[in-house]
Design a binder for this molecule. Sequence first.
Ligand code: NDP
Length: 246
Amino acid sequence: MQQGIQGKVVVITGASSGIGESTARHLAKLGAKVVLGARRTDKLASIAEEIRAAGGESAFAAVDVTREAEVKALVQTAIEQFGRIDVMINNAGLMAIAPMSQLRTDEWDRMIDINIKGVLYGVAAALPHFEQQGGGHMINVSSVAGIKVFAPGGSVYSGTKFAVRAISDGLRQEMAGKVRVTSIEPGAVDSELKYGSGDQASREAVIGFYQQAIPADSVARAIAYAIEQPADVAINEIVLRPTAQE
Ligand code: NDP
């Protein structure tokens, strides 16, 4: 595997805002070639253009991570534009907080589809290339909610983020010696994520809790730390919270 960040080809899902956008900008500044995916292509186009204007290398493609073929096509964009993929960051996510008794099964479905199946489709898209290239780095964005359940309201979101950690550790064990696997577990980070619930009372409670949130760039730096390690070192988990968060 190539060392450091310079020259690495990094694919990022959910790159149109928040953690994904910050990570794309940060890694591009450090010399990575970044490939941005999300549904809002107008946002991706302007972020990719700003990265290029600042001297970086970038590409983008529309992707809905709940559609396996589109995630595969995003990785194919990296192969076509830059010849390889070194790092896959499965970051796209939805947090729809609400008490389970409200039975918002549509939001449960969305969270399972985006947060779990989206990560799995990212694994499926990148892994064959990693195996063919003789290495690679899978980074999955879980959450502090993947370590601790915040109830009432966070049960299903937590379930998806526990799943991301479980899938990450299983993949790590299976691919030891071939693929590095990192699970990122942030606490409250300032982004659009806090607006994800259809339940107004829950949404307002989340917005209140997020007053202590730290900037998305904090997570971008943690991700860069995992990528920049020498090839024989795998950072398997990073937990970071606002200092003020209990
Ligand atoms: P944002 O809401 O700002 O970003 C979410 C990103 O995911 C957007 O770029 C959005 O783009 C994309 N996305 C959502 N649904 C889909 C989809 N179906 N297909 C493709 N892309 C999709 O939130 P964050 O940046 O905060 O979230 C990023 C990750 O970090 C998530 O997995 C979240 O759970 C996790 N996280 C966030 C924390 C926080 O406090 N903010 C804490 C812990 C973890 P678009 O709408 O254009 O498709």
